[in-house]
Design a protein. Structure first.
Lengths: 151, 158
């Protein structure tokens, strides 16, 4: 069973009613990515997928992460190509993990093999650091300062 | 498709409560670089009924929304920072080359397609059958694709 509750509403994948929001990332190796998110964050692998088009599903905290290979246009997105990050220095979207204790997360996840760009650093409203996943997707790890509701 | 009306911003998994920001453990959000924070907040609020938690401020605090089980953070781009010294954040430079996106799993894709279209969402195509699911895509105001997919009954995770 893979469910999330908000107030009186239960979310699950696939949803029986309403919607459930996931994040999709393109990866070079589905199993490698699933194992990374399982090992570093304690994510739960729901399925490793298959080579016929079924992606890997991993549940981490309140979110589902969907990982699959890239590919050319499909009838429902006729101009779009999915690929692993082409240029690691330019980023538009990333997974942002908000944490209660960034030093503890930094040390724990590093001990599990996560590669951080830097140690946690002070920033406006928060303390923050970044890691890269096996395909180079950046992941933000941030702890909001006590006087910021949303930092 | 109704959202929780409680004032707190919390999610529960089993016995664990998630909130933003978390008092313990972790809570995961989806971050996107946008050209206009207010425009993006209105889009996600209008189309999906997301709850705007913060409109950000001029000093760098981002906009925050809650959408179902997920939090969405929107902010303007910018050059390298001490914690990512080689990385530049910018809106999608090529909307046709994509490596990650928000994926909304739905129970009734025809209903979502009609409702969200009526609220101004621009779909690339109508829903189409694909391996294990029926699927279509929206472009948000900055050109991000958003997948909308309904899994076929015989597929657990499609």
């Amino acid at each position: 069973m893979s469910q999330v509750q908000v107030g009186q509403k239960t979310y699950e994948v696939p949803p029986r009613d309403g919607i459930t929001v996931a994040r999709f990332i393109t990866v070079a190796d589905v199993e490698r990515s699933a194992r990374f998110y399982e090992k570093v964050f304690g994510g739960r692998i729901l399925t490793i997928g298959n080579n016929e088009g079924a992606p890997g599903f991993i549940q981490i905290a309140n979110m589902w992460l969907i990982v699959y290979f890239g590919g050319g246009p499909t009838p429902d997105k006729p101009t779009v190509t999915l690929s692993v990050p082409a240029d690691l220095d330019y980023v538009s979207s990333f997974m942002n993990i908000r944490v209660a204790d960034i030093q503890a997360c930094y040390e724990l996840w590093r001990s599990r093999g996560a590669e951080f760009l830097t140690e946690p650093k002070e920033k406006y409203g928060e303390t923050r650091c970044y890691m890269r996943d096996p395909d180079g997707h950046i992941i933000e790890v941030g702890q909001s300062k006590p006087d910021f509701a949303y930092g | 498709m109704s959202e929780s009306k409680s004032s707190a911003s919390q999610v529960q998994v089993g016995q664990k409560t998630y909130e933003m920001p978390p008092k313990d453990g972790i809570t995961i959000a989806h971050f996107i670089v946008v050209a206009d924070i207010e425009r993006s907040l209105r889009f996600y609020e209008t189309v999906f009924g997301s709850r705007v938690l913060s409109r950000g401020d001029s000093e760098g605090a981002p906009g925050y929304l809650q959408l179902a089980n997920m939090w969405l953070i929107v902010n303007v781009g910018g050059g390298p920072t001490p914690d990512k010294p080689k990385t530049t954040l910018r809106v999608p430079s090529d909307p046709n080359l994509v490596s990650s996106f928000m994926n909304i799993r739905v129970a009734d894709i025809q209903a979502c397609y009609k409702l969200w279209k009526s609220r101004g969402a621009e779909f690339i195509t109508e829903p189409k059958p694909k391996y294990g699911e029926t699927r279509c895509y929206i472009r948000d105001p900055d050109g991000y694709i958003i997948e909308v997919g309904q899994t076929n009954p015989d597929v657990t995770y499609g």
